[in-house]
Ligand binder design. Structure first.
Ligand SMILES: Nc1ncnc2c1ncn2[C@@H]1O[C@H](COP(=O)(O)OP(=O)(O)OP(=O)(O)O)[C@@H](O)[C@H]1O
Length: 537
């Protein structure tokens, strides 16, 4: 039952996450156990714990919530091997020798803390909570370092570094606001002056130095540098937009880091638009809007990621509008990122849209091959990975769209080379990334076509193969013949045999009928496009 449920979750995730990422990071996972509060997800190694926690925890929790009907906490459990790990009972039953909290692993969203557990007969079980309690995060600052944590949670120094600075951070996490019990624990509403104690989010690795500049991002980079050099002078607001994983967040953090080093007194607030909304909702519910406004309107630099999130959220737009005006009038700097330019953000108040266009709008495009290679080399060097040129070129040629994918490949290769104690070579890279890059086209057979069509029309597969004349079956059979003709190399006579017939004119007739029907029926045309896509996928 768990397997079926996980299968359903995987099927949903497959639609929500791009294919290479899904195949690399999600497909190898298993559900080990669940109860009414928690779900244990088995993963192959530490790198998965880090990477899933860093990038996919929210989508996994959302999908589980949708499937289970409640929001579980999730734990990633490293499996020595699938059989062994599948025998792990509920996590709370595993004898604990030590549990150490380490830093939250996150980019622009609250992700949470990681725990290490020693598990009796299991040589290692490591658990990454889907945590939303800042108390955990705070504890983590004092936690002793673990050797593996160094590898998989490189953000530890980030907490201690940030602690010393006068930077404000959002107190609410995406997931904490609907749950009053957690908010009680996590947000006792400390005085403003103490809020920097619970800082998170600015990633010290995201600096201008570690940012590779090329034609695709030069404008955004130069504008960011200019703002960092002189706030609210030239571009206010600075609006950076671009596709997924192309470096918008990196630039925001780079500005924040630059200023926090240069002028530690600068009050910097970095958060996602979603966090802004969550905190606003929480503040309204707890009657703390005055504090909320005080916090947001008393800063020098506001960095908001994914502003497109506020589309269709009128109350949030209104509140953000006032925040924007107050800061702007006080000559404070505002920097926003989005996945599209202001004019393409759907259903956003016109006054807000026009304000987003007041300053400079800079886009980031996908990097070219040279730049992708340079990024890979830079990332490798920063992690002390010896990455031969041919391996960098191999990965960069295969991955075009997002830099996050490049990093994913690098992390995977590094993990394998570490565990297998082998140097990184082209051969190793090819072996490790085989699944990811295996683009061998799916072999299309008549049986496959029949199966997909039968599923779509909810008819019995065996009846596809019979010569029954029922009306319900006529159309699906004809569509299956039509698509079999189009998608396979078989002759009419060969195809008809799969449908229990002998006369090739049956297929000819079916093809003609479907073509005519499609010409007059848009819905049917779209259905066939959809079915064809499922067959080819
Ligand atoms: N030009 C670059 N040089 C070096 N690293 C980069 C560059 N662009 C992006 N990266 C890296 O790629 C990863 C993804 O970048 P980032 O999170 O900033 O993307 P994003 O555009 O904000 O994505 P999303 O829209 O999903 O939030 C980060 O680890 C970042 O360091």
């Amino acid at each position: 039952m768990q397997t079926t449920m996980w299968g359903e979750v995987l099927a949903k995730l497959e639609k929500r996450i791009n294919r290479p990422s899904f195949n690399t990071w999600i497909r190898p996972t298993q559900m080990l156990s669940m109860n009414q509060k928690k779900v244990n997800i088995g993963v192959p190694d530490d790198v998965f714990v880090y990477w899933l926690g860093e990038h996919y925890v929210n989508v996994i929790v959302d999908t589980l919530t949708e499937t289970l009907g409640f929001q579980p906490e999730i734990f990633f459990v490293v499996m020595e091997n699938a059989v062994h790990a599948a025998a792990v009972p509920e996590t709370e039953n595993i004898p604990r020798k030590r549990t150490t909290m380490v830093t939250p692993s996150q980019t622009h969203r609250e992700v949470g803390a990681l725990e290490i557990e020693d598990a009796g007969s299991l040589s290692k079980v490591r658990v990454a909570a889907q945590p939303d309690r800042l108390t955990k995060t705070t504890n983590s600052m004092e936690a002793p370092a673990q050797p593996w944590a160094e590898r998989i949670a490189p953000r530890r120094d980030f907490i201690s570094r940030v602690q010393g600075h006068d930077i404000l951070a959002s107190l609410s996490s995406d997931r904490s606001f609907p749950r009053s019990d957690t908010t009680k624990n996590t947000n006792p509403d400390p005085p403003l002056s103490q809020q920097h104690q619970v800082l998170r989010e600015l990633n010290p690795a995201y600096t201008f130095d570690s940012y590779v500049v090329g034609d695709s991002n030069r404008l955004a980079h130069d504008a960011a540098l200019s703002v960092a050099a002189q706030m609210a002078a030239n571009y206010n607001p600075l609006f950076i937009y671009g596709g997924v994983g192309l470096g918008k967040t990196h630039l925001l953090h780079a500005i924040g880091n630059h200023l926090s080093n240069l002028a530690p007194k600068t009050k910097i607030l970095y958060l996602s638009a979603e966090q802004f909304m969550n905190e606003m909702v929480l503040s309204i519910r707890e009657d703390r809007m005055a504090r909320f406004r005080e916090k947001y309107r008393n800063i020098d630099l506001l960095l908001v990621d994914d502003i497109q999130f506020i589309a269709r959220k009128e109350r949030t737009q209104e509140e953000f509008f006032h925040t924007f005006n107050t800061l702007y009038q006080a000559r404070k700097q505002i920097i926003l990122t989005s996945d599209c330019p202001p004019k393409k953000i759907p259903t956003i108040a016109e006054q807000l849209r026009s304000r987003f266009e007041w300053g400079l709008i800079a886009d980031i495009q996908a990097p070219d091959l040279e730049m992708r290679i340079e990024i890979l080399k830079k990332k490798a060097a920063s992690q002390q990975i010896v990455l031969p040129d041919d391996v960098a070129a191999y990965i960069a040629k295969k991955i075009h769209s997002t830099i996050r994918e490049l990093e994913g490949c690098l992390a995977k290769i590094r993990a394998y080379s570490t565990f297998a104690q082998q140097q990184i070579t082209l051969e190793l890279a090819q072996k490790v990334l085989y699944d990811l890059f295996d683009t061998t086209p799916r072999k299309i057979t008549v049986e496959l076509v029949q199966q997909v069509v039968a599923n779509h029309y909810q008819v019995d597969l065996s009846s596809m193969k019979s010569s029954t004349r029922s009306r319900k079956l006529a159309l699906p059979r004809q569509i299956a013949m039509y698509l079999a003709r189009e998608l396979t190399n078989l002759s009419l006579s060969d195809i008809v045999r799969y449908f229990g017939g002998r006369d090739h004119t049956t297929v000819m007739y079916a093809c003609r009928k479907v073509e005519q029907a499609q010409a007059n029926d848009k819905t049917l045309r779209e259905k066939i496009i959809h079915i064809r896509a499922l067959i080819i996928a």
